[in-house]
Design a protein around this ligand. Structure first.
Ligand SMILES: Cc1ncc(COP(=O)(O)O)c(C=O)c1O
Length: 445
């Protein structure tokens, strides 16, 4: 524990973290001059590292022109351009973009928009949201209510709106030996149909899920066919499908939108993190044109809004980030370096008796740790293995994103790896070496 005096209410009330003073590509440098390789993009945010001149210049230019104009009075150029870019590249008919300042706000927007859509089209009974266990959709009360992580929800339970939770698509733990990946995917998707029928289809507004589950499960992709089946079930019952791509979207999996790999388009899609790459706080909800048209031709007004939505400096940052990803062909680098990183992790951890699973897509990789590889028995949560790994990694100058509660919100440990898209082989070597040492030290502790 640091003795440094602070008036900041930090995330951990007992720990004052090091002071970040400078960025250098994929490194953060602290006030003592120590360098940290950003192996997790913070929490899968910093996809362009920490000193990208094009993004910094775009923000400065926007501040010189006009720093802020409330969206109740004005639109602005970077917001219009970024919306056009996203709509042009989005799957399906996600033609309209509602800007906010982060992931939780994007999820709240999607939930409220789903509800208002059904009011506009004359189905006022539809209000329920179904989600999945072991998901994370944000910490505001609405997003927390649909999130499926027990540890995060528990103490706020009396304040949360009702939400149904169905099984995640978590093949490492839940697929039976006698079923194929596809059969497993169908079985868990069919839980959604049962939940809709139990709730009463005429009362269900939306199903929300992360195409690749991030923070709470450690980069768990859907199995082949699962999301297609989910789409069919939603269509059959007139339920809107919301994909939460706050963490897995914006190129992290090697596709600008993670769901492209599954060939499925939702009705609402949330993004944040990699949208502005941490250079500015920004999130967005992409909206199917039928939802926009229902509101435009109905009441004409979406009953929502935030003070900083469509902030010009944030949109200028988002636009510069997305144009950099396009112009520098970084999605190709995500695929190439993602495969190289995966290979290096498998070489380092493949024979480790405490590494149960290495999974993910692109530069979004999860390593699940187990006490026993054959039974998949997790470590005793009291060991706080994930916290010890984080501490050991930071001591070695590596940021990674370990988390506990992988299995059910209480048991299980994983490490999430999500480095910037600009990394090369030398960064991969450093990342894997430092992570290997940190995991060894934590297991030995
Ligand atoms: C999938 C997902 N949704 C929503 C959020 C919430 O985003 P924010 O922390 O920007 O509010 C997160 C954050 O980790 C996330 O991973």
């Amino acid at each position: 524990m640091s003795e440094r005096k602070t008036h900041v209410f930090h995330r951990n009330a007992r720990v004052v973290p090091p002071i970040a003073v400078k960025g250098d590509g994929p490194y953060i440098i602290d006030a003592d001059g120590k360098r940290y390789l950003d192996g997790s993009g913070g929490a899968a945010v910093s996809c362009l590292g920490h000193s990208h001149p094009r993004v910094i210049e775009a923000i400065k230019r926007q501040l010189d022109a006009i720093p802020y104009g409330h969206t109740g009075f004005f639109t602005n150029e970077p917001m219009e351009k970024l919306a056009a870019y996203l709509a042009e590249n989005a799957p399906g008919d996600l033609d309209m973009v509602y800007f906010v300042s982060g992931g939780s706000e994007a999820v709240e927007t999607a939930m409220k928009m789903a509800r208002q859509y059904y009011l506009e089209i004359g189905q006022p009974a539809r209000h329920k949201i179904i989600a999945r266990r072991q998901s994370y959709h944000g910490n505001t009360l609405g997003a927390l209510a649909v999130g499926g992580n027990e540890w995060r929800r528990e103490q706020f339970r009396p304040m949360l709106i009702d939400a149904e939770h169905v099984a995640p698509c978590y093949s490492y733990r839940d697929k039976r030996d006698d079923e194929s990946l596809e059969e497993y995917g169908r079985r868990v998707a069919d839980e959604l149909e049962a939940a809709i029928e139990t709730a009463g289809p005429e009362t269900v507004a939306a199903f929300i899920c992360e195409p690749v589950v991030g923070a709470t499960a450690g980069a768990v992709p859907a199995v082949p066919g699962y999301l297609k089946r989910v789409r069919e079930i939603c269509d059959r019952h007139g339920v809107l499908l919301i994909f939460d791509e706050v963490m897995c979207g914006m190129g992290r999996t090697g596709h600008l939108f993670a769901c492209a790999e599954d060939g499925v388009a939702p009705d609402l899609l949330t993004i944040a993190k990699g949208l502005g790459a941490g250079y500015q706080p920004i999130g967005a909800t992409l909206v199917h044109k039928k939802i926009f048209e229902a509101i435009r031709d109905g009441s004409g007004f979406f009953q929502h809004g935030h003070t900083y939505m469509g902030h010009p400096a944030a949109c200028a940052a988002g636009l510069a980030v997305q144009e950099t990803i396009r112009d520098d062909n970084l999605l190709a680098n995500v695929k190439t370096q993602g495969a190289a990183l995966r290979q290096a992790l498998e070489a380092r951890f493949g024979n480790n008796a405490n590494v149960g699973d290495i999974r993910g897509r692109g530069l979004f990789i999860g390593i699940e740790l187990v006490a026993d590889r054959s039974t998949k028995e997790p470590f005793d949560p009291a060991k706080r293995l994930n916290a010890v790994i984080k501490k050991e990694a930071m001591a070695r100058g590596l940021m990674c994103y370990p988390m506990g509660g992988t299995i059910d919100g209480r048991r299980g440990d994983h490490v999430l790896i999500a480095p910037p898209f600009i990394i090369d082989q030398s960064h991969i070597t450093e990342l894997v070496e430092k992570l290997g040492d940190a995991v060894d030290a934590a297991l030995a502790a």
